[in-house]
Each structure stands twice: as structure tokens, then as C-alpha cells.
Design a protein around this ligand. Sequence first.
Ligand SMILES: Nc1ncnc2c1ncn2[C@@H]1O[C@H](COP(=O)(O)OP(=O)(O)O)[C@@H](O)[C@H]1O
Ligand SMILES: [Mg+2]
Length: 325
Amino acid sequence: MDKMEEESKVSTDVCSLPSWYSKFKEVTIETKLIHLSMDFIQYLQSDGIVLPKGCELPAHATEGRCDSNSDEDGSDWDDEGSSDAMRPSFPQLVKTIFESIQELGGSVFPKLNWSSPKDAAWINCDNTLRCTVPAEVVLLLKSSDIISDTIASLIDKSGQDSAFTLCLRKWINVHPSGEFRCFIKDKRLIGVSQRQISNCYKHLLDSIESIMTDISCFFEDNHISNKFPLRNFVMDVYRPCKGSVLLLDFNPFDKAVTNPLLFSWDELNRVAPVLPELRLVDPSSGIQPSQSVASRLPKDAVDLATGEDIHKLVDLLKIQKKTED
Ligand SMILES: Nc1ncnc2c1ncn2[C@@H]1O[C@H](COP(=O)(O)OP(=O)(O)O)[C@@H](O)[C@H]1O
Ligand SMILES: [Mg+2]
């Protein structure tokens, strides 16, 4: 492993939620950390979507899914022709997930180490990562390419079965205009960007000073730089209202993995400004395309991923079912 690879491994490790959660518990969203066994990881990596025993989708969810997924013989989402005896069994894990969801108020946002299954949100009825039962958590993890890549890189890195941690975070209704990405270089806050750059939020333009004061105070008062083990890193925060800031996530200060949003990595790597700069989308500068449009995914894939066109999804599932038969 060369020096750059080594550095990037360290920064991914320390940005993994289980690595930083206990240090920043008071300023972030309440989270339950659940160790995952190698058997369960192998199940996540296996083909097909057969849910484990005792893992049932709520009635409202299966109604929606059965309408769109059942074929003429009425077979539905999670049996794929397999009998109950053939379903895998992880009773202790299912129970722990169930209890954690209850303790976190009834709905959660799932992550595996540092990744959320955001590419699979379309599979949930409301097109979000909100889960209220263990089956929704398992279905999201099993359907996500991001999660499968994360598993592959964790296996490469450590090969140990202690490496996999399911993180269930209490669900909060995040308003995208309150999300900001903060860039920290040599332990100093150098830039803050609006997180969702496909929209212009006019009310933010009138609050530039208070946004910067809130974020800078949050950063200084909580000694983020002293507590976080890297000199350079990226921090995502949520500011639901004036005077209130919550830590959401840490990301590597690395152009290969972290989107610089309204900055460029060239700018961020140059000499740091004396005072941190806040960048917002303003109506005159034009609005940025959304990430799926910017990456030029075919429109069908975008419609599928956003759940815009349910008929395309039905067609896709029918083709998939035929291929499997
Ligand atoms: N606890 C939560 N409840 C609801 N939405 C959340 C929660 N945590 C994060 N989000 C939303 O999901 C987005 C991605 O979260 P993040 O933890 O950064 O995942 P990733 O690292 O996979 O991008 C956030 O920008 C926020 O909009
Ligand atoms: Mg993140």
C-alpha cells in the first residue's frame, strides 16, 4: 500500500460513524450501533431478495409493492417462490433492530459504517430511507450497490468480522435548506457550502451572517478540531433554525470521495482564507443541476431512482422476474 492509499484508508476509517460517534454523541443524532456477523454480510451479498424469517414488511408497504410487483400467479415481493423454511434466519439481529427502532422513537435512518443506502431509497414506499420495521432496513441494505461496495472495501481492508456495523440513527425530518457542508483545513474552518445545490433557497440569502456565526460557534465551542483525529476533513451539519446546529457526518478531505459542492478542490487546496467563506446558490448565478442529471444517467434510470414513473419500475421488475424464471 503506498502513502496515498494509506492516508485515504485512515481517513475513511475515522470518518466511519462507529469511529466517531462516542466522541460526538452530545452534538449529533442519537444512534444505535449494531455489530453484524459474517453470516449476515454473506446474506446481504447473495443474489435475490428473500427476507429473513420474522422480517415482514408492514401491510401498507406490501400493498404498494404487491400491486406493482405481483405477476399473474400472485407471487409477491419477498417469497420469490421460496417456502418459509428456505428463508434465512437471524432472529437475534432482527430482534435487536426491532428494539433499537422502538428506542429511537419508531423510525430510523440506516447506515453501514460510513455509507447510507441512498441509491435504494426508491424501493421504500415514500422514496426515503425512513425505516419503521427491521424488514425495511434489511431490504434497503440488500438492494443498495453503495452498501455492497462498502462491504467489498471493508472485506479488502480488514477481512475481520468485527468490521461491519449497522448504524441506526433516529429519523429527523431534515429540511434541505438547513444542510451545510463545512471544509476544515489545518484544523481551521475555511469554507461552508449549501449542501443541496440544485435549489436556491432565497431565505438563506438574508441570513448569511447568522448562518456563519452559528456554524463557527458550533465548530469552536464543541472543540471539533481538537476532538477529530485529522487535520483536514469535511463535516456535514444541519441547522434547523437560527441558533441550533447538529452534526450529521464526517467525510474525507479528498477529491476522490467527497463532493466540494459550491467550491472546487483546487480552491480548497490553495492557501486558506483568513475568514471562512459561506457559499450559497444565488438566483443570478444560475441553479446547479441535480446530481443524477449532472452525472448524465439515462432518464429512465433517474425516473426509477426517484420513483417518478412507477410504470417503468413495474416493467423493470417484470423483465427481471422473467430473466430469473
Ligand atoms: N437521521 C436522519 N434522519 C433523516 N434524514 C437523515 C438523517 N441523517 C441524514 N439524513 C439525510 O441523508 C443525507 C445523507 O446522510 P449521510 O449521513 O451524510 O449519508 P451518506 O454519508 O451516505 O451521504 C443527509 O444529507 C440528510 O439529508
Ligand atoms: Mg456522508
